[in-house]
Design a protein around this ligand. Sequence first.
Ligand SMILES: [Zn+2]
Ligand SMILES: [Zn+2]
Length: 221
Amino acid sequence: MLNSIFPNACENCGELFFFKTQNYFCDKCLSLIKHQKTFYCRSCGDGVTNCQRCLSNRFFKDIQVYTKYSPPISKIIHELKFNKVKTMSKIISNIIADDFKRFIKTKNITKVIYIPQSKKLEKSRGYNHLKEILVELVPEFMIFEGIKKIKETRMQMNLSKEERETNLIGAFDIEENADFKNQNVLIFDDVLTTGSTIREIFKLIKDRHINNIYGYIITKS
Ligand SMILES: [Zn+2]
Ligand SMILES: [Zn+2]
């Protein structure tokens, strides 16, 4: 109740605003977040324009990134991921909804995989932030739960390019009864840097008679 009487300072611009659905970010800052062209390889996700890695061997059929990893969206993701502000998932899903749904439709996606986190992390966070965003965007039956994280790894964000590649080796596994046959699979993540995370999931599932594998990432750092 107090929030509707007294204004709050926006976490992004510092301006005072009145609480509507959440009291972290003002409408003006939220309205600034738009789809933005970023540079990365649409096959492997690496942050390069002429990707040598993909000349002879293609990874993903296509990868779509919504926008740049910069404020305010980077702050919204941070609140959701590290400060347990679960309501931020709805803000993010609202922002990407049109673009995400268009991608799902044009590519005829039938299953969506979000990057799993370890049991330990999920317990301390209370949720998987990517799943919280996804449930607002696609029906539950499309969300594929067949991937698990089996190894504790260091935060990709804090590592060098070389370390990122090795940090995730053997980190994920497929559930025993998981079936991807003839599906068009989309791998969903929040931040794309070198693409090593989504490629690790790609490698894990690529020989499972899948039609096509796509990627959708909210931001590019
Ligand atoms: Zn603001
Ligand atoms: Zn590439």
